[in-house]
Design a protein around this ligand. Structure first.
Ligand SMILES: [Zn+2]
Length: 460
């Protein structure tokens, strides 16, 4: 069956008098294959993965690497074996690599090899464009240097690793135009080292990383304050690029773009995916790189000039994070598997899986986006065409609106005039759409919004 692509400008046929009210709000048409993926994640698979990861006792970055039963080495080898098993099922569709670096640092007193376990499913038509999903394998207790005590890390972050392994299993059976990467990182608790290892690897490989979806603490629906909420997931995203140059910052401060980094537009994309495909899950966008004073493995990606977001549960329970296993004044402390809500984790896994599938089937986000229209009553948007796009959609929103509000399909062109929409009063962006109707994230004009990798400026 053939379904109608998103490109048909059905909104345009409605004659409405005001300048912008003739545009329907952004409402992607649901893709049947994405709808199917939205209910595909298996609670049983997620449970089995977390139970196995917990069984390694501790997965502390400085723990034993030689035992087959206990420690980070055994956990890494098991994840690798699982990725290889998934690959066997799909005729070798997945490569498994284990990039590593040796670090010494404040929380790594002796030189220690930090190794990531990375599954790569190459894209069919656009293999250099890469969508990444990360979680961290390492775990900890109260003392961050304690590599001996049991540190189950069921939620922080076996939940993220289980989610990415389940996404890999599901997406191994699907076509992807861009490359998909599923990475179980190490060294997070000692200083985000595994994120750096993978970001460096991406740069060396010449990957154009379109997004890192970093899933860290994604399986608990029970807040420490007693709130029970299995319907909210938070997406944290930076507003301006981590490595913006002073010149770019100056331009952006005057013209706007402080809430339109590519990472932010990935967050908006996920919010849209959520409302289209997972009506029972509320994607709560937070306009901040990560939780207050806390970090995650998306940060080394941002520093390397790649977009990235942090996916995390709606309500955290700090009695379950970074704690020695104990009972104190009637409170049970520790990150044990009974604190994981597997139905909730399956929904968060679905959000990631559908997002990865959608991004990998859509064309690349347009590059070279710019706008003009000063002293005019129309706005003109320009961009460079991208391979695989059948057409483009110009989006705009009120400058105080969190999500894109209006859109117009403009066909397979590289510029469009939006009549009677004054540039001063709106933020604009453009997305690319495939013939099947898969849409890229929206790109805000200029350096502030570009998805092109922006390497850190060289120090003089
Ligand atoms: Zn964590």
């Amino acid at each position: 069956m053939r379904y109608v692509p998103l490109l048909l400008p059905l909104a345009l046929s409605l004659a409405v008098s005001t300048a912008y009210a003739d545009e329907a709000p952004v409402q992607p048409r649901a893709q049947p294959s994405l709808l199917a993926l939205s209910t595909a994640p298996s609670e049983a698979e997620l449970h089995a993965t977390i139970a196995k990861l917990v069984s390694f006792g501790t997965r502390h970055t400085l723990s034993d690497t030689t035992s087959d039963k206990r420690g980070i080495g055994a956990a890494r080898r098991w994840v690798k074996s699982q990725f290889e098993a998934i690959s066997k099922e799909c005729g070798g569709c997945i490569e498994v690599v284990t990039p590593s670096q040796v670090f010494t640092g404040k929380r790594v007193p002796q030189p220690t090899e930090v190794m990531d376990v990375v599954a790569i499913k190459r894209g069919k038509t656009d293999p250099k464009r890469v969508i990444v999903m990360t979680g961290h394998l390492d775990s900890r207790v109260t003392d961050v240097m304690n590599a001996k005590s049991d540190a189950p890390g069921a939620n922080d972050d076996a939940s993220g690793v289980a989610a990415l392994m389940e996404a890999a299993r599901l997406l191994s059976k699907q076509d992807n135009d861009a490359t998909l990467v599923f990475a179980a990182l190490s060294g997070e608790e000692q200083g985000l080292y595994g994120g750096k290892v993978l970001a460096d690897y991406a740069v060396q490989q010449g990957w154009q990383v379109q997004a890192d979806l970093n899933n860290d603490i994604v399986g608990n629906s029970h807040g420490q304050n007693g709130v029970l909420d299995n319907t909210t997931v938070r997406i944290f995203s930076e507003g301006t690029k981590s490595n913006e140059t002073p010149e770019q910052a100056k331009y952006r401060a005057y013209h706007g773009g402080e809430v339109d980094s590519p990472s932010r537009n990935v967050a908006r994309y996920m919010e849209q995916i959520g409302s289209t495909y997972l009506p029972d899950l509320r994607v709560h966008m937070v306009y901040r790189t990560d939780r207050y004073s806390r970090g995650g493995d998306q940060v080394p990606f941002l520093e390397a000039g790649y977009p990235g977001v942090r996916v995390t549960e709606g309500h955290e329970d700090y009695t379950r994070q970074h704690q020695d296993l104990r009972t104190d004044k009637g409170i049970k402390y520790g990150d044990t598997i009974d604190g994981v809500d597997f139905r909730y984790l399956a929904r968060v896994t679905a959000l990631n899986t559908v997002t990865m599938a959608a991004l990998s089937r859509a064309p690349a986000p347009p590059s070279g986006v710019s706008t003009e229209g000063a002293l005019a009553t129309d706005t003109t948007v320009h961009w460079k065409k991208v391979p695989g796009a059948a057409g483009y959609v110009v989006h705009w929103r009120d400058t105080t609106a969190p999500q894109w509000q209006y859109s117009r399909s403009v066909g397979d062109v590289d510029q469009a005039v939006i009549k009677d929409v004054v540039i001063d009063d709106w933020f604009f962006g453009v997305s690319a759409v495939s013939a099947e109707g898969y849409e890229s994230p929206v790109v805000f004009p200029g350096d502030a919004g570009s998805f092109e990798r922006s390497p850190a400026p060289k120090s003089p």
